[in-house]
Write a protein that binds this ligand. Sequence first.
Ligand code: NIG
Ligand code: FE
Length: 411
Amino acid sequence: MSTLLTNIKSLLQVRNKELSFVAGKAMQELPAIDNAFLLIDDNGKIEDFGKMAYCPENAGETIDVSGKFVMPAFCDSHTHLVYAGSREIEYIDKVKGLSYEEIAKRGGGILNSAKRLHETSEDELFEQSLPRIEEIIRQGTCAVEIKSGYGLTTDDELKMLRVIRRLKETTPIEIKANFLGAHAFPLAYKNNRDGYVDLIINEMIPMVAAEELADFIDVFCDRGFFTVEQTDRILLAGIKHGLKPKIHANELDFSGGIQVGVKYNALSVDHLEYVGENELKSLAGSETMPTVLPGASFFLGLPYAPARKMIDYGLPLAIASDFNPGSSPSGNMKLMMSLALINMKLLPEEIFNAVTINTAYGMDLSEEFGSITKGKWANLIVTKPIPTKEFFPYAYGSNLIDSVFLKGLRY
Ligand code: NIG
Ligand code: FE
């Protein structure tokens, strides 16, 4: 049955089909229709919308949303939300003065999560991850990218990816899987890092591809982690097996990660706390989406990525949550919007674009997600009654989401 939303206070992010992302000054535009209706067809797609004056009659189940805004649901293009256990105790070491890198060197951090994941069965890992998906749906996310990378052995990486596939099959959210075997060096390869790179290339990637477990390939290209040369080899091997690159770069230093990502036409390069003239030049004119993760800077007390500078340079910008147990234990995209407003000095319109159409692009979904467009999925957030759209990121601690529609169904 069709569903008709009426008396929408303002319908945000209304776009034509051709638009796949927005960049630079254009990010300040957020096309909207005040006092609007929106019609969802019985396949869950957006059939029609416009001013209330043109609202169809008897078009299906009618829901009056007076006083409420309607916007596209969030696309979260960077998460690690399949993990075992949690790391709150490690965070206390951080409170006591250790840095993220020091914790990692002591066998904490990613290796701590890898140990726990190894000890957790596939079924148990699925059971632990499912509530995180349910939570982010309630928080307004309709599409999420999930990485492996807490396995670090062939068997455990495959276990993670199979859990991601089960989540794809059993939950209503859209999921893209990203193979991140190159997240850290396991202890067994401490003194033979290239040996681990060889294992990724010669064993893991072919097996991941044979089981069709991943859409993307990722590498943590940064100081102390994977070098540019190693990243280059891994991306190339992934591409040969049909995986599109999306990488972690420049979180800890000017690592060269952005440039190697752009070289291989990565869908996105993510983190980007260290961005100078060379990085800006490399991104300009490329098809790679620069993606920032304000939750990680907030939680780790690290500098924020220079998002303002990137947009002013004319680049597009996406904002994702990085949901993971070590650097951002939250997938709440509304909170990420607030962090961007408060700490990155971005304008509300720029932020709405950065969490919808631009993140959809960063996970290769912008043809069907990320905007209010006829023919796209009716993936929507209906807000509680609020005075302005600016109120949404401003009221950073309030749950302002009334309901969420995924493919036309209300949650
Ligand atoms: O994106 N930077 C690398 N990886 C994750 C953190 C993973 C962890 O600490 O568990 C990130 O922030
Ligand atoms: Fe990450």
